[in-house]
Design a protein around this ligand. Structure first.
Ligand SMILES: [Fe+2]
Length: 266
């Protein structure tokens, strides 16, 4: 059994430093890895990214993150990724990481994702170039997630995104903004690639639980939704949840080029 701690939308700035860290002091007693589902900062500045490292750097477990839309606000997303990576975090964007934990290994594939909406109300790549660009960006992001998930060689595959793959975890948000909060294409990628579990943020007023059309459990771990420093999910082990039942689907031993393997830090 692997213990996955997760949170999103921590929106760290100087005035937030110290809000999460005390609750992380005993993280290793509760979790084997910490996943952060984007919106690490408020305005995507490098000063804020340094504050993120103060809060989430040098932890006793690996920390794996995707960026969110706020982290793109200053057009410094690459510089931010580099800074966070130098600080010991693993930043995913169309990529994956495999972490051996005891006798199992967990693979996490991540993208920021994008909007586009859900069946019956989706954006189409038709008409103005701006509309085409909007729809295609979501499609490209979902394709990148599917490829990154397929390339993982591990026992348990987890999809980490900022935008939501399903509408159930958006319940509580105004219906009018659903197309800007997620895309069904992400769920399709998750189902096609045989992920066991999916985590996202972005929907601050949304709901915690959802499920893809293919039956994969989805959790919205936006900090305002979970109301605590992190939630912990137990994946793998014997018997139990549908997450565990899907492990046979997720198991692939082939390791294609480009799959990252990283040893557990503690
Ligand atoms: Fe957010």
């Amino acid at each position: 059994m692997i213990r996955v701690a997760a949170v999103g939308d921590v929106h760290v700035d100087a005035d937030v430093v110290g809000r999460f860290r005390p609750a992380l002091s005993d993280l290793a007693e509760h979790a084997d890895v910490l996943l952060i589902a984007g919106d690490l900062t408020r305005h995507g500045t490098l000063e804020e990214a340094k504050c993120v490292l103060q809060e989430f750097g040098n932890l006793p477990v690996p920390v794996v993150v995707v960026l969110g839309n706020h982290d793109y606000q200053s057009d410094l997303q690459q510089e931010m990724s580099d800074l966070l990576t130098e600080g010991g975090l693993t930043v995913l964007e169309g990529t994956g990481v495999v972490l051996p934990i005891r006798d199992q290994c967990i693979g996490v594939a991540g993208v920021k994702g994008f909007g586009g909406g859900f069946p019956g109300r989706t954006a189409a790549a038709f008409g103005e170039p701006e509309m085409k660009a909007f729809a295609l960006h979501g499609e490209v992001s979902a394709r990148a997630l599917e490829l990154a998930l397929r390339n993982l060689d591990c026992d348990i595959k987890v999809a980490l995104t900022h935008y939501s793959p399903v509408p159930q975890t958006l319940v509580g948000e105004p219906l009018e903004i659903y197309p800007f909060l997620g895309s069904y294409r992400l769920a399709k990628a998750i189902d096609n690639a045989g992920a066991a579990f999916a985590l996202h943020g972005h929907a601050h007023y949304g709901s915690e639980r959802g499920r893809t059309p293919g039956g994969v459990e989805v959790r919205n771990v936006a900090h305002p939704v979970i109301g605590k420093a992190y939630s912990v999910f137990h994946l793998g082990g014997t018997g139990g949840t549908s997450t565990r039942r899907r492990l046979s689907i997720a198991s692939r031993r082939r390791r294609p080029p480009g799959t990252v393997r990283r040893d557990q830090d503690g």
